[in-house]
Design a protein around this ligand. Structure first.
Ligand code: ADP
Ligand code: MG
Length: 243
């Protein structure tokens, strides 16, 4: 029986800066529709890994496959804009001169009316459709974050890469936005690689956690299993550190 390939398969990825491997033989996979968290302390190589998957940086060794199709090795490379991979970062930067609706429609192709319909549909889902003709500066930080999420999801990416997307938010807002984001991602069926240095965030959002340290994945599995049986003493310390 043929099995479905993972949505994302990263194999033996290496990235060196000045001779030092900051990503050192990283392999991880994401099943379709799953949220996988790449969890580890600051400086361990999470963002570098994400940039190679996005295609804005190139690995020194290893391969990346999406739905079983090779998108990048050390000689062949599908350009970022053809990977159908969405990105969301902490400084999510909406375009200030574009309306909220035009921000969400920005990456879409096709007729203007269709683009507006898709933008309205997503804004409806994040509870902000009444802002469609307003401008970003009229929205709160949390609202801008939800618009950024709608914009990233509008082109129906095969994978969404999120790099510490909640770390700029006020503590009071963060849990609510995490939950909203997760339910929207699940409704859309988007496969997600979420980078975080906060164990609590990974425990709250992940189907799978890939625990990273010093450029390596030290453990990948269900949150419950990783939390209850960390790979080693350093993993125990990381989980018990409240940051
Ligand atoms: P994280 O996202 O986990 O905090 P990064 O992937 O940003 O970690 O960085 C991993 C390591 O690689 C850090 O030591 C960082 O200083 C180094 N690094 C990242 N980008 C570069 C670069 N362009 N040139 C040199 N060193 C870099
Ligand atoms: Mg980072």
């Amino acid at each position: 029986m043929e099995s479905t390939p993972p949505r994302l398969q990263v194999s033996n990825l290496v990235r060196r800066f000045e001779g030092r491997a900051v990503v050192d033989d990283v392999s991880l996979s994401i099943a379709p529709g799953d949220v996988t968290c790449l969890l580890g302390p600051s400086g361990c190589g999470k963002s570098t890994t994400l940039r190679m998957i996005a295609g804005v940086d190139m690995q020194d060794a290893g391969t990346i496959h999406v739905d079983g199709e090779l998108i990048c090795d050390t000689v062949f490379r599908v350009p970022p804009e053809r990977r159908q991979i969405g990105l969301m970062f902490q400084d999510f930067a909406l375009f200030p001169h574009l309306s909220v609706g035009d921000n969400v429609a920005f990456g879409l192709k096709g007729a203007k009316a269709d683009k507006r319909r898709r933008a309205a549909e997503l804004l409806e889902r994040v509870g902000l459709v009444h802002y469609i003709d307003e401008y970003p500066h009229q929205l709160s930080g949390g609202e801008q974050q939800r618009v950024a999420l709608a914009r990233a999801l509008a082109p129906k990416p095969r994978i969404m890469l999120m790099d510490e997307p909640f770390s700029g938010l006020d503590n009071r807002l963060r849990d609510g936005i995490r939950d909203e984001t997760l339910s929207l991602l699940k409704e859309e069926g988007t496969s997600v690689l979420l980078v975080t240095h906060e164990p609590e965030e990974a425990m709250r959002m992940a189907d799978e956690i890939a625990l990273m340290r010093d450029g390596r994945i030290v453990q990948q599995g269900a949150p419950y299993n990783i939390f209850n049986a960390p790979a080693d003493k350093a993993a125990v310390a990381f989980f018990s550190d409240t940051n």
